[in-house]
Design a protein around this ligand. Structure first.
Ligand SMILES: [Zn+2]
Length: 224
């Protein structure tokens, strides 16, 4: 299988990767199924809890930030970055950018930033490390982690559809793409006839193995 996938990627002109939690497991990161004090993160990172119990929300968020600080890109992130393959990710860990990937759509936002609910300004999540409930330095509005909470819409979805529509080989890594609206993306690829390669286990071993070849000179990363 690895040899076949290598050949497919070698001849790709517009490869694209869609990544989910599975690619970051080897970096030691929690997933939405992980628990904080016995409660799954998906039940804490909700708009409802943020608005109604911000202190509890931020206590959990601060602990997640500590774990995130310790995480580093693994060989799967680094191999995708070396090839400069554009990436659509559901992860909020920013490890693709840290690995050096220049073109990344973060569908679920990221842990680097806070966004002001008053003026939409973006600030570093460092502001949440000390304040119990950080406020905007410009307008004193409430700052919300710039991650997509349960109850909010994903970011940049139309760009993601556009990227998938222009790709000829799609690497689907560490996600089964079962949840709406991301389950639409493989359907777009099916319509355009793109080849899909699904890697659900051991991404940190398999992705470098299939990309351990010289990138084709004619591969063109496309821009947003
Ligand atoms: Zn503001």
């Amino acid at each position: 299988m690895i040899e076949k996938w290598k050949r497919i990627i070698q001849s790709a002109r517009h490869p694209l990767a869609i990544t989910g939690a599975g690619i970051s497991v080897a970096s030691g990161l929690p997933t939405v199924s992980s628990r904080w004090r016995g409660i799954p993160l998906r039940e804490i990172f909700t708009l409802h809890l943020f608005l109604n119990e911000p202190d509890r929300f931020y206590r959990c968020y601060r602990e997640v930030l500590l774990g995130w600080n310790a995480a580093k890109p693994n060989p799967a992130h680094l191999a995708l970055a070396r090839w400069q393959i554009p990436i659509i990710t559901m992860n909020i860990d920013g490890l693709h950018q840290e690995a050096g990937s220049p073109h990344v759509i973060e569908l679920h936002g990221n842990l680097r930033e806070l966004i002001c609910l008053g003026c939409d300004s973006i600030f570093s999540s460092d502001l949440a490390r000390t304040d119990n409930f950080p406020l905007c330095p410009s307008c004193q509005g409430r700052l919300k982690p710039n991650i997509v909470l349960v109850g909010e819409e994903v970011h940049h979805f139309s760009s993601a559809v556009d990227w998938v529509g222009r790709s000829d080989v799609l690497l689907i890594i560490g996600t089964r793409l079962e949840m709406a609206p991301c389950n639409q993306l493989p359907k777009v690829a099916s319509r355009t006839g793109a080849t899909m390669i699904r890697i659900n286990q051991e991404a940190e071993r398999i992705v470098p193995a299939i990309l351990n070849i010289k990138p084709n000179e004619s591969v063109h990363p496309f821009h947003q």
